[in-house]
Design a protein around this ligand. Structure first.
Ligand SMILES: Cc1cc2nc3c(=O)[nH]c(=O)nc-3n(C[C@H](O)[C@H](O)[C@H](O)COP(=O)(O)O)c2cc1C
Length: 184
């Protein structure tokens, strides 16, 4: 049982967090498949059958991205719009994501203390990702708790980013192992 990571970063060569996270994921090629959608689809024309086949091959999928305007980078939003199609993901015959475990690994520019009702953002991360959780529910998948690093724009030190990369691997294996130990 491997984990699929759908990585969506429009500018990975200038990234600190997502690039470091990717390097950590690459240490585990037998357990983790990385699929970089901005690299695969520079023209934004998504090969829907290919993506659907990929999704069907994995029961544990993580979406990894930097938070942009409290949401996904735009190609990831398009990926959801295109790939989670009627008759495949939902509708009377659309059950292909049913029972899958879907997680989020998010780099967040702002500080953690701002993501609360009293903070400058006014919303928690769990509130910000409500569309993802509702979408997972709509297709019968399980939305896992998210993993995030805060202060990703400026504040986070190299050490904090390195620590978050190790936590990310633990996060992946925690749910991969949970799945592996389930009776078939
Ligand atoms: C277009 C754009 C929108 C952004 N929107 C947000 C936002 O809504 N909330 C936030 O905390 N950070 C926001 N940021 C900061 C990014 O989340 C941050 O730069 C990113 O997570 C850093 O990861 P990286 O080093 O992998 O690029 C935004 C950045 C850009 C470029």
């Amino acid at each position: 049982m491997k984990t699929l990571v759908i990585l969506a970063h429009p500018n990975l060569e200038n990234s600190r967090v997502n690039q470091r996270w990717k390097e950590e994921l690459q240490q585990y090629p037998n357990d983790i498949t990385i699929h970089e959608i901005y690299k695969e689809y520079p023209d934004w024309i998504i090969d829907v059958p290919r993506e659907q086949n990929l999704m069907e091959a994995y029961d544990h999928v993580i979406f990894q991205f930097p938070l942009y305007w409290y949401s996904y980078p735009p190609l990831l939003k398009k990926w959801f719009d295109d790939v989670l199609a009627y008759g495949w993901a939902y509708g009377s015959k659309g059950d292909k994501l049913k029972g899958k475990k879907l997680g989020l690994a998010i780099s967040i520019g702002d500080k953690k203390e701002n993501y609360q009702p009293e903070g400058s953002v006014s919303f928690t991360v769990d509130e910000v990702i409500a569309p993802f959780k509702a979408s997972a529910k709509h297709v019968g998948a399980e939305a896992l708790p998210y993993l995030a690093v805060f202060g990703a724009s400026f504040q986070a030190s190299d050490e904090e980013i390195n620590t978050s990369a190790k936590e990310y691997i633990k996060y992946i294996f925690k749910y991969q192992r949970q799945y592996n130990s389930m009776p078939i």
